[in-house]
Design a protein around this ligand. Structure first.
Ligand SMILES: [Zn+2]
Length: 232
């Protein structure tokens, strides 16, 4: 999935406002962050195979460290564990773990059977939502728009920057996602590697900034001893 992972981050912010959007998006996209690093390092591999699914032309034949169920459980435990040691919030740590694991679930729904169980185990799973452009548009689009509404209602722009800085990237991401649905093969693997890193880096930088440009309605209205600030 593409914007579906962003949707998890935005929706989770509604569940635990004290968690930063940066932390939540990092969790939801952790498998893809690792994948983009491992691709460049030559540890994991993909091939371009036009038509392999209707929506995505990449043959993801070797990505068991970033995208297997077993390693994603380990990544979730590591990320949530480190967070818990720092914050002492079990609830927030569980939400982070769930966000990391949601990645495998969403990719399992969208990919053809290429999602590995564990490194070295040749069992692969995938429901193949990407075999249908309309089904992908409906399922992922519904998640995306629901999450946008949830986050936009849970937060408020501090100023113009917080308004336009939210809606313009949302529009660009929506456009990028919609145009990616036609399954056109990328021009080369070098481009794939660069685009992955650039898109993820920009997205994380954007969410870091959004945590400062928008205030959370729940946190802001909290008063008395219950009023606690955001995790940093
Ligand atoms: Zn992925």
């Amino acid at each position: 999935m593409f914007v579906g992972h962003y949707a998890v981050g935005f929706a989770a912010k509604r569940i635990q406002p004290r968690l930063s959007l940066l932390t939540l998006l990092t969790a939801a996209m952790l498998a893809d962050i690792l994948y983009s690093i491992f691709l460049i390092a030559g540890i994991e591999h993909v091939a371009i195979s036009p038509g392999i699914t209707r929506v995505n032309a990449l043959d993801l034949y070797d990505f068991p460290i970033s995208h297997s169920l077993l390693t994603d459980v380990i990544w979730a435990a590591l990320f949530a564990g480190i967070f818990f040691l720092r914050s002492r919030s079990a609830r927030a740590a569980w939400i982070i773990a769930a966000a990391v694991l949601s990645h495998w679930l969403l990719d399992f729904i969208s990919h053809r059977p290429d999602m590995p169980l564990a490194p070295g185990v040749h069992k692969y799973f995938g429901l193949g939502l990407w075999n249908s452009i309309p089904a992908t548009a409906i399922v992922e689009g519904a998640m995306w728009f629901a999450a946008i509404i949830l986050y936009a209602r849970a937060t408020r722009a501090k100023g113009r920057a917080g308004f336009y800085g939210w809606w313009i990237p949302i529009g660009l991401l929506t456009l990028l996602w919609a145009t990616s649905l036609n399954g056109a093969p990328p021009p080369g693997l070098g481009i794939v590697k660069i685009v992955n890193v650039v898109l993820i880096s920009l997205s994380l930088a954007w969410t870091y900034w959004m945590d400062r440009a928008r205030v959370d309605n729940v946190l802001e209205s909290a008063t008395g001893p219950q009023a606690r600030g955001a995790f940093r």
